[in-house]
Design a protein around this ligand. Structure first.
Ligand code: NI
Length: 168
């Protein structure tokens, strides 16, 4: 396994739309293992392949308290979203140090393949529902700061570009 570099906002590669995985082969298994290692190392609860500059529909997550329940979603699709929405604070490994409120559907249904190619349907609420929506946005080239006001987004961009220049 290898730790991968995580792209930082506003890196334009984060806007790339991911392509469906055609075949779950050894390269996908390696990608999934590396993404899990990268996510755990960074103390994240989710990571989309887009964030490690691989533009295929692959997401890894772990929202468990003990960080021992990895989830792998390949070619995920949200098939249902509750009309009820709620606003919660979100952060992102590609936007380090920034947290802000985003409104999302409170419950969703998602279909996806697991690392063995098996089809699964997941009913998610709470943190898991938020995490899935956040990660699927990444696969569409969208970072959570896009939901914030242009003013806030501008400030975040400036702050992160400055941090990059300062070598943080
Ligand atoms: Ni993120």
């Amino acid at each position: 396994m290898a730790k991968l570099d995580i792209l930082r906002y506003p890196d334009p590669q984060l806007q790339t739309v991911a392509k469906p995985v055609q075949k779950i082969d050894e390269s996908i298994h390696t990608l999934v293992a590396d993404m899990l290692e990268t996510m755990y190392d960074a103390n994240g609860i989710g990571l989309a392949a887009t964030q490690v500059n691989v533009h295929q529909r692959v997401v890894v997550m772990d929202v468990s308290e003990n960080r021992n329940e990895p989830m792998v979603l390949i070619n995920p699709t949200i098939t249902w979203m509750s009309p009820e929405r709620s606003k919660g604070e979100e952060g992102c490994l590609s936007v380090p140090g920034i947290y802000d409120g985003v409104e999302r559907a409170t419950s969703i249904t998602v279909t996806a393949q697991d690392a063995d190619g098996k089809h699964q349907e997941i009913q998610a609420q709470g943190l898991l529902a938020v995490c899935i929506q956040h990660e699927l946005d990444h696969l569409m080239g969208k970072v959570f700061v896009e939901y914030l006001s242009p003013l806030k987004r501008g400030r975040i961009k400036t702050k992160l570009l400055k941090a990059l220049r300062d070598g943080e």
